[in-house]
Write a protein of this length. Structure first.
Ligand code: PRP
Ligand code: URA
Length: 209
């Protein structure tokens, strides 16, 4: 596995992943698991965030502490990335959220961009693309292309489940982008679904089909 690909071995991540995959898991529980797993992976993906020292006053004394010194942007790929993005804003309320509308054409499996309201000037230090499923990798590569054209310098990708094909595609196209995941599965089927995967992450979160 490439050095830039990080698959969590954390027991809580693996426990929640099995629940997430189960076809018995209803949308409400599914959304809860997406949120919890996103927070655990966010914790792993942000170990290198820069800190600035500060002084905080406790009820007893002044005390040295730290605050996050980097401006972090979260880019959820619509629509399945929404649940992950919401979870990350709860962890770090100062994040900026910029939605990227991309869907996969069902016939060609090629990504189609339909929404992008990034500000004209990049105003963040770290961009985190969030999307639960890295299948062919087309959507992730397109999202990184958009962010690089915009001028983003440090970009990371946070997903839940990937196919080997998607990891290969994203790391070949953008070797400078670290990838954080809960699992790399076996393969893609003929319809471009990850096997065993969890089915359609958007449909399972929002109860559609
Ligand atoms: C899913 C998923 C990714 C994309 C992955 O979205 O959330 O964005 O497919 O596939 P790829 O790696 O082959 O590009 P989808 O296109 O189903 O849109 P949705 O979230 O609106 O359902
Ligand atoms: N998108 C999904 O939601 N699931 C897959 O298995 C592949 C792409």
């Amino acid at each position: 596995m490439a050095e830039q690909v990080h698959v969590s071995r954390h027991p809580l991540v693996q426990h929640k992943l099995a629940l997430l995959r189960s076809n018995l898991t209803e949308p409400k529980k599914f959304r809860e698991l997406v949120r919890e797993m996103a927070q655990l992976l966010f914790y792993e993906a942000t170990q290198d965030l820069a800190l600035a020292p500060l002084t905080v006053q406790t009820p007893l004394a002044a005390c040295a502490g730290y605050e996050v010194a980097e401006r972090v942007g979260i880019m959820p790929i619509l629509r399945a990335g929404l649940g992950m993005a919401e979870a990350l804003t709860a962890m770090l309320p100062t994040v900026h959220v910029w939605h990227l509308g991309l869907y996969r054409d069902h016939e060609t499996l090629q990504p189609v961009t339909y929404y992008n309201k990034l500000p004209s000037v990049p105003d963040i230090d770290l961009s985190l693309i969030v999307d639960p499923m890295l299948a062919t990798g087309g959507s992730a590569v397109a999202a990184v292309d958009i962010l690089k054209r915009w001028g983003a310098r440090r970009i990371k990708y946070l997903g839940l489940i990937a196919a080997p094909e998607g990891v290969q595609h994203l790391s070949a196209a953008h070797p400078d982008v670290p990838i954080y995941l809960a699992a790399i599965d076996q393969h893609l089927n003929e319809l471009g679904y990850i096997v065993p995967g969890l089915g359609d992450a958007g449909d399972r979160q929002f109860g559609t089909s």
